[in-house]
Design a protein around this ligand. Sequence first.
Ligand SMILES: [Zn+2]
Length: 232
Amino acid sequence: MPLILRVDVDRPYGRAPLFRHVLSRLASDLYFPRIECFGYLRELGIILEMLKQRHAKAYVFFRRCTLPSGPILRLIEEGGHKIGLHLEDSRSFETFAAEKRMLEAHTGRPVRALSKHGSGGARYGLHHYAPYEPEWYVEWARRTGMTLFLGNLEDPSLGPVIDAAGFASYPSAFWLEPAWRDTSVFTIDWLLSEARSRDVVLLIHPENVLAVPALIGELQRLLASLDTRILQ
Ligand SMILES: [Zn+2]
């Protein structure tokens, strides 16, 4: 069985060097325009090139401060990836619907996949509503014709719930970055073995993975061994 690869695009200018880290914070907390020569979405571009070499497909989730540029949209089209909403302002159905409309207007296509920025802890950014309330997101996603919700729980042994209409909700992911994973239990070998019998969501954040050579190696190893899958 394949991986369902989830890419959350959190930082418009990555996290290094310092001035790009500052631009990422500025764009998230206040406003900063999309400027290619400062490396807007550079890390995502590198990951998408890597996926292209492996013929791997992903769901790529964008925030309102990381809306895809023209070159990124072309890579997504060429690679057969799907665009999803990385929801920030989850105060109400209306704020959710406004973010979905913004992403659809920007990309010119319907958005059918949803993930949430943050897992209920700190507030990240001007528009971010911190509580994590997945039951609402599933209801809103269903109500607006979406077909997939990928949740933030950190126990990748939890399986999906798929309803009669085909709406799929995966409550949990295997987070490649070890800060959000019990690495004593959920090792790369565990994932390779588990994904033989069922779909598992693999979650990555491009700027975090590219900052650690060992994580790049683990991602390459997984992509070399497992297929990836688009559900819709
Ligand atoms: Zn996020």
